[in-house]
Structures are given as structure tokens and as C-alpha cells.
Design a protein around this ligand. Sequence first.
Ligand SMILES: [Zn+2]
Ligand SMILES: [Zn+2]
Length: 125
Amino acid sequence: MTTTTLASTTRLNPVSRTLPVLLALEDDAEDVGRLSPDDRLTCHVHGRWIHQCVASPLHVNPVTRHRWCRSCATALTVSVDELSGAVTMACPRCGHGESTASARLITACRASLAAARAQAATRVA
Ligand SMILES: [Zn+2]
Ligand SMILES: [Zn+2]
């Protein structure tokens, strides 16, 4: 087991958990109010890492402005680079569309990508 420093390691320690285990842990933590839905690394709707399904239309929310450009009333396009770990979102019309909600979603995607990659590395080793 390698020691990996993650920018946003939660107390659930995502790297040492498999996806189904972390998903269940995050469900429980969210139910008891210890985890904000915005900070989840897993998606309880799709049963996947958040970076793997964030491109789904289900992750667009005009009310909270998750993946939503208010000026253009358009869903942001997601780009996830599994190799570099880069996650970006931009409005296809104006090229912007940032919001606090989308920024948190990007942070969660980067953390889930890092956790998934660390797990993959552990399995190979
Ligand atoms: Zn999802
Ligand atoms: Zn826009």
C-alpha cells in the first residue's frame, strides 16, 4: 500500500475503500448529516465515481447551478482527463458559466478521480 497525499482526503479515507464500500459509507454519512451531497466522491444515483457520471444530464441543476450557466440557460460541458486528472466545466455558448456549485462539483470530481486512480495503482502493485 503506497502512501498517497490527496488534497481533499475526507475522514472516510476514500483511497482505502473500494467503490461499493465508499458508496455505502457516503450514503450513511450523508444520511446523518456528516457529509454534504456536494462533497461526495461517489454518485448514489449512478453507483459510480462522481467523475464517471458527472457528464450525465442528471448532474445538471438549474436551481442550484450545478453544471449550469445561468446567463445562457445552458448546461456546462464537462471534460475529464483521466490521465492528467484534470476536470473542467465550461458553457458551450459563452465559454464561462462558473458557479460556486459547479466549483464544488469539480473539486469532488478531482478527488474521486484521484481516489479511483490510487486504487487502480494499489491493485496493480
Ligand atoms: Zn451520477
Ligand atoms: Zn454561458
